[in-house]
Write a protein of this length. Structure first.
Length: 229
């Protein structure tokens, strides 16, 4: 069962979108005596306030309705930008047909997904094989990427337990061209294993989204919000 819990996301701009920011520079007009006219105030203050509020709203796009999803079947918690759908099938991993469950949400041309492969045993060697096979599959399925080779780096993924446990993972980034429609694609994924499960948290951007640097914040938010049990 997938459970949804409310999750409050603060804007990157630091402004509070429920009200006006405290540092707008607007001041109260001091009371004046009946015999004196208040001096005229400069006009640009209201446009400045509007610009600040619009900037705050742009930082919290209504397209991204972030919520924490707890998957009992997949044994993980993740921060999704919309309600995910789920699917299950067998996949070829490390020379074996293994069950894989995936939950994913799409915002425009960007897919946010978590895939979980169940191993037949809690075995360190099998986990390493599965991680290598899944990483190679992600990069291979992206399409041609002659000008942008895949990059990987070690990352720490915190478990969802209390207290959290630090798990060794790897982050993979690669850009390519879709073999189907020849559109650009960009993939960022984190892979980690725990017990008899191997996880991949993936953001796949297509078309214009694959070339938009402004999506980096949403990609990082999804990947760092993923926590296996």
């Amino acid at each position: 069962m997938v459970k949804t819990s409310p999750h409050l996301i603060s804007c990157a701009s630091g402004a509070n979108v429920r009200g006006f920011p405290d540092n707008t520079g607007l001041r109260q007009i001091a009371p004046t005596s009946p015999m004196r006219r208040p001096s005229p105030r400069p006009a640009p203050r209201v446009p400045l306030l509007i610009a600040i509020v619009l900037l705050a709203l742009a930082g919290c796009s209504p397209r991204y309705d972030w919520r924490t999803i707890v998957s009992n079947e997949g044994q993980y918690a993740a921060l999704y930008p919309d309600k995910p759908t789920s699917a299950a099938r067998d996949v070829a991993i490390a020379g074996r047909q293994l069950p894989m469950r995936m939950e994913a949400a799409r915002i425009d041309n960007t897919l946010f997904a978590v895939g979980v492969v169940s191993l037949p045993a809690d075995d360190a060697g099998l986990r390493r094989e599965a991680l290598a096979s899944m990483q190679a599959g992600l990069v291979g399925n992206l399409g041609a990427h002659p000008d942008s080779p895949a990059r990987s780096r070690p990352v720490t993924v915190m478990s969802a337990g209390q207290p959290p446990v630090a798990l060794d993972g790897v982050e993979v980034t690669v850009a390519g061209i879709s073999p189907q429609d020849k559109s650009p694609r960009r993939l960022t994924a984190r892979l980690v294993a725990s017990g008899s499960r191997v996880y991949q948290a993936v953001v796949l951007e297509a078309g214009d989204a694959a070339k938009d640097a402004r999506q980096a914040e949403q990609v990082e938010q999804f990947l760092t919000g993923f926590h296996p049990f």
